[in-house]
Design a protein around this ligand. Structure first.
Ligand SMILES: [Fe+2]
Length: 422
């Protein structure tokens, strides 16, 4: 983020002495300054002041990350993946968002995983890229070295690469925590076209700085009921020779990772709620990029939110058939009236996979059916990738196997709905 923040105790001049409170005339011990910077320290960065040497580890062991193997989408078919079938009540009770996420789709740029979790996660950092975790349902507290967030339904939680953090589901939430995890091999940020040359969100952007929540900090071990000296394991996802180039390591620290007394800069986690996305509408169908919310290298994240639809007297509210010739389109259906459309196959918790090389759009009859509709009540999150996605073990496990034929007239099944944009 380009927006400067300063939290907790920092010295007035960077790279100068910053000490703990002393006793009497004796100066306090120095804090340890860490520069956390992107793109070889040529982009956004923050300075963090630690109680402990941030390099310290006393042990390293292998973390067997969840299965990252993928299977090509071949023969090429659109697919319907039923994410809500991935976790039953028994498995939810023993699952955490970090070690329990199951890979649904992935390629060399991005991995989409899903977890329904009741357990607290271990401390974790992703050394491969930024994460965007969309909270489909439930509530959680996300603790990071920058500070904490209370997150709930509709929140996008953007965690920069190498940020140490953990996920704590709220046990009394009405629904279990459902997390849709988008892991980049790059950074995730607002689209460049939404930003001024200096990084301010522009007037035409569908959200602004006021809509972004900052971490509440500083957050120290004693604030979470832990001892600063508590030995702690940190699970690190990093590049390696495993499937998808992903491997894991556990580093044991001789202290608690929440030891940052202050930080400042433009690199930090933040949260944006999808309900704060202001839809852009018009007399006729608006181009798909108006739905974009974030971007990473070789992929974009879009959302489709409740909105009034096209108001030209002859408007057709549902999209035209389209060939997104450079992209695979992955639509995650979160809310809306999809379940009322019996026989569509698509419902809450569904993913549709519309691969490049195959045109897609509304089901037969949906276009006529949409005429005169004034508003859509849909909520969906879409990831479009420029390189083809392959199916992870989770995706293969909940593929309905029928979706590809759903546009064929005369079959019992139809796909999508008049709401279906993706
Ligand atoms: Fe589409």
């Amino acid at each position: 983020m380009a927006h400067y923040q300063a939290v907790g105790s920092i010295p007035p001049k960077r790279h100068t002495q910053h000490r703990r409170p002393g006793q009497g005339d004796a100066p306090g011990e120095l804090y340890y300054e860490e520069l956390m910077g992107e793109e070889g320290f040529s982009s956004d960065s923050s300075l963090l002041y630690h109680r402990n040497v941030p390099s310290t580890t006393v042990a390293a062991s292998v973390w067997e990350v969840p299965d990252q193997a993928t299977t090509p989408n071949h023969p090429l078919t659109p697919r319907h993946l039923k994410l809500h079938e991935l976790f039953d009540a028994e498995s939810v009770a023993r699952t955490d968002v970090v070690t329990g996420r199951r890979l649904v789709l992935g390629n060399g740029d991005v991995r989409i995983s899903y977890a329904v979790a009741a357990q607290a996660s271990p401390w974790y950092r992703n050394g491969i890229g930024d994460e965007c975790v969309y909270v489909e349902r439930g509530r959680a507290r996300v603790e990071t070295v920058f500070g904490a967030f209370d997150v709930a339904e509709g929140d996008y939680v953007i965690i920069p690469r190498a940020t140490t953090h953990r996920w704590l589901p709220v046990a009394d939430a009405d629904e279990p925590l459902r997390a849709y995890c988008i892991e980049a091999n790059s950074h995730i940020a607002p689209p460049k076209r939404y930003l001024s040359r200096y990084g301010q969100l522009l007037e035409h952007a569908p959200y602004c700085e006021r809509d972004l929540r900052q971490p509440e900090g500083p957050l120290l071990a004693e604030h979470v009921g832990a001892s600063p000296d508590e030995q702690t394991d940190v699970y690190i996802k990093h590049r390696g020779n495993g499937p998808g180039g992903v491997v894991g390591t556990v580093h044991t620290l001789p202290f608690h990772p929440l030891d940052v007394v202050g930080w400042d800069g433009c690199l930090y986690p933040y949260v944006f709620n999808v309900r704060n996305f202001e839809p852009i509408t018009g007399r006729i169908h608006q181009p798909p990029p108006v739905h974009q919310v974030f971007e990473g290298a070789n992929f974009v994240i879009c959302n489709f939110v409740p909105r009034k639809v096209d108001y030209h007297p002859l408007a057709i509210p549902v999209p035209y058939y389209h060939s997104n010739v450079d992209s695979d389109e992955i639509m995650f259906y979160v809310d809306g009236d999809y379940e009322a459309r019996k026989g569509s196959g698509i419902g809450k918790g569904s993913i549709s996979v519309h691969p490049g090389g195959h045109p897609h759009g509304p089901q037969p009859g949906a276009t006529e059916g949409s005429l005169g509709v004034e508003a859509f009540d849909e909520l969906a999150v879409m990831v479009d990738t420029f390189r083809p996605l392959e199916l992870g073990e989770g995706g293969l496990a909940v593929d309905d196997g029928l979706y590809a034929m759903s546009w064929s007239r005369g079959t019992a099944r139809t796909a999508g709905s008049p709401h279906s944009e993706g």
